[in-house]
Structures are given as structure tokens and as C-alpha cells.
Write a protein that binds this ligand. Sequence first.
Ligand code: P70
Length: 465
Amino acid sequence: MCKHDYPLEPYKIKSIERIQKLSREQREKALIISGYNVFSIPSEKVFIDLLTDSGTSAMSDSQWAGIMTGDESYAGSRNFYHFKKTVQDIFGFKHVIPTHQGRAAERILFEVTTHQGDFVPNNIHFDTTRANLEVRGVLCEDLVQEKAYDPEADILFKGDMDINKLEQFIDEKRPENIPFVMVTITNNSGGGQPVSMGNIKDVSQICRKQKIPFYIDACRFAENAYFIKKYESGYSHKSIHEIVKEMFSYADGATMSAKKDALVNIGGFLAVNDDELALKLKNNLIISEGFATYGGLAGRDMEAISRGLKEVIEQDYLEHRIGQVGYLWGLLKKAGIPLYAPSGGHAVYLLADQFLPHIPRNEYPAWSLTIALYREGGIRTVGIGGMMFGKKDSKTGQEIFPKLELVRLAIPRRVYTQSHLNFIADTVIQTYKKRRDIKGFRIVYQAPYLRHFTARMEEINLTNS
Ligand code: P70
């Protein structure tokens, strides 16, 4: 990449936040207190926080200035109208319903449109989408193309849904039992891989033929659009804005966590075209989230989202963003670390089962690796594997594990510098050198849904096994 390692930051730093690395002993103590769960470690005890790219973006001076223009009227805040217009302009949907974050948009949509025993396909459901459907007795199916489960297959648009599988699924389950089809862009549970425009179009055509609504889980829509511009033929001359408009023109609506590609710390929305459905969604919104012109957000939050949505579709921002993720991926690849390929949009994913082949799946290798990375360098990451998606088989009582056992190094937007990325790579490489000493884990406490957030774990030593 010419004389720089990745495109230069198209911004400079105006405000900073102090971070500190604890001593090895202090980190060890933090792990014990947390029950060996990185979600329970206070952020002050984390040096580099790669737990998530959600709600962790650095806002721009324009967004902060927007915060001061917040109109906190209960009804009809001027920031709502700006927010609504921005979402309409960028995504092209008619109705815009603010929510406090993505999962609230999911819950409202699912409560209004699904029933027990329904089936909902996705390329791969992410944790909150799956949980919000399963809690209603809906059966979730992941229909991503088979290659997505081959972490070494270095192909483009690995997030694409398998169109044959989708047609077969609709045929088997019958369209009347499928309230909608969803596609997640980018595919967060499968390496943050993009979905091609061609695939979005194909899914849409099938849905329209079968009269099944089609929704996009849009959290990382701009990153997805950047991949389309860069790698899909016919799009290189189009602007990100044009590509985004086209992507969503094929859908009936979208759920959005603004905490990702709207560059804010809180917020979300639901957007749909159907008038009758919008009315029902708004009525549901009012019960729990708030009135239709704020939906659980302050006026100032809606202003920051509006400004963030305009910034995130800027070409130079995206070039730097995706370049930064690719840079870290490249450093690790060069060092021989097992990685999900190719480099995705918002994170680098380590293959925990290959990193730690001596730890069996029922001892949660991805979990072990998150603990090892914190131990080594105070880096917080998240396991996307057996702890997040494992399920007990109702007949055998045995745990069934998902195909991928990943550790995600999510890169917050506009937050870390190249020297941070170098430190992250060094820490992963050091951990890899010591991998044979890393042990598995057993569960001491788990909740019935989304257990990874609150589980307490115990390290499996020869003495306590
Ligand atoms: C993440 C967070 C949130 C998310 C998502 C997709 C594709 C909906 C949502 C819900 C969640 C998380 C996971 C591990 C650690 C910390 C946080 N994803 N759809 O980091 O949105 O959080 O706003 O309710 O990725 O990927 P919201």
C-alpha cells in the first residue's frame, strides 16, 4: 500500500481519553473478581478495548456541536425531523421510528410481525436477533452460503445467503409461516463479511415472488457498501450514498443499531415502507420505548445520529476504516496466526479452535482465548462461538456447538492509532507463542438467554478437573 500502511486518518484528534495498562498481578485479580468473564471487568481495568465496535465510536466535533442543539420537547423535536429526513434520504424508507438501540427495533418488529412456531431465515442471525426471536418461540435458521463456514476460503462476499437453500427453505416451511426474511450486513457472526448487491437483489426477488417481507439488519450498512464499491463489478464509479440507496431499495424495511455505522454512543431505528405496519410499530413503540418522535432517545441523540449517518458514508472515512482493520489482519496473517479470511469490515476474527487445538469445544476455546489476551496485554475481546451460540440438544442433553469458534477483535471507529494496532498484534503474537499453557473453562453460572453476558466461569486446571 504505497508508502503508508493504510490510508491516513482523514481527521485529527481534538479530545483524548486516558487509558492505563495494569500490572500483570492487577489483571489477574480483575479476572478472578469477574468470574473469568470479560464483560464483568470494569473498563478502567482494560487497556485496549476491542470488546465491541458498538457505541464505542469517537464522535466528531460536528456531532458534539449537534448535541448542544438538542430540542428536548416530548413531541415534535426538531432533531427528530432532521433525523427522519436524513434516514429517508440515505436509506429511502418512508417511515422512520427511533429506538434506544438496535435490539429495541428488533423486539418491536418481531412482536408486531411474528408468532410462536414461525420460521425466520437470516444469513446468520446475530445474538440479539436470534434471542429476540427465540424468546417468542420463533425458529431461527442461518442460510449463509456454505463457504462462510470455511474460515480459510479467501473469497469475496462471504456473507451472501445461499439462494438455493433459501428457496428450499421457503418451499419446505411454506411462505405463510415465514413472517419475513432477514439479511445481516455485514455478517457479524461470520467474520464481518459483506453481502453483495447481487445477493441482496436475489433475496429480494425471491421474497417478492413469495410475498414475504424482506428486512435488512443494517448496523454496518456503510462498511458493506464500501466492499460493494471496491469489489463488485459495476459499482466502482458510484458513490457510497448511491450504493446504499440501491441496497435498501430491494428491502421492505430495516432494523438499525446506530451504535455502529451511525458513529454514536447510543441509538437505533426501525424503518419501513408499509403504512399499516408503521402504525402498529409506532403503537408498540409508545408502550415501552417512548413517543414516536423520540422513541427512547433524547433530541440531542437524534441530532448526533443524523450527523453521524452523513459522515459514515464519506469515501475517505471508509477507506481509512476498512484499511485499519485490514492492516491489523495483515500483521497477524504475516505472523502465522489462524484468522478468518478475508479481512472483514469492523473486526479481525481469530480462529480459536485452531489457535488452541488442545482445548475441546466443550471447554470453550474462544472463551479461553479472550481470557488469555486480557492476561497478556489487558486487551478485551469477545468470543463468538460455543459460549454465545451453544445449545443443549433437548433429546440427548448434549451441547451442540456452532460451526465457527471465533474471537473477535472489534475495532472501535476513529478511536485507536497505528501504534495501538501494532501493540494489539504483538499481544496476539505473544499469546500465540504461549498457547500450549492456555487452559479450557467450565461454566459455574449461566442465564437462559444471552448467557455470555453474565456467565461465571472456572478455569480447568488438572487439580480441579
Ligand atoms: C456487537 C453488538 C449488536 C448487533 C449486531 C447486529 C448485526 C443487531 C445488534 C443489536 C453486540 C455485542 C456483542 C458482543 C459484545 C458486545 C456487544 N452487536 N444486529 O458488538 O444492536 O446492541 O444496538 O442493541 O451486531 O456486535 P444493539
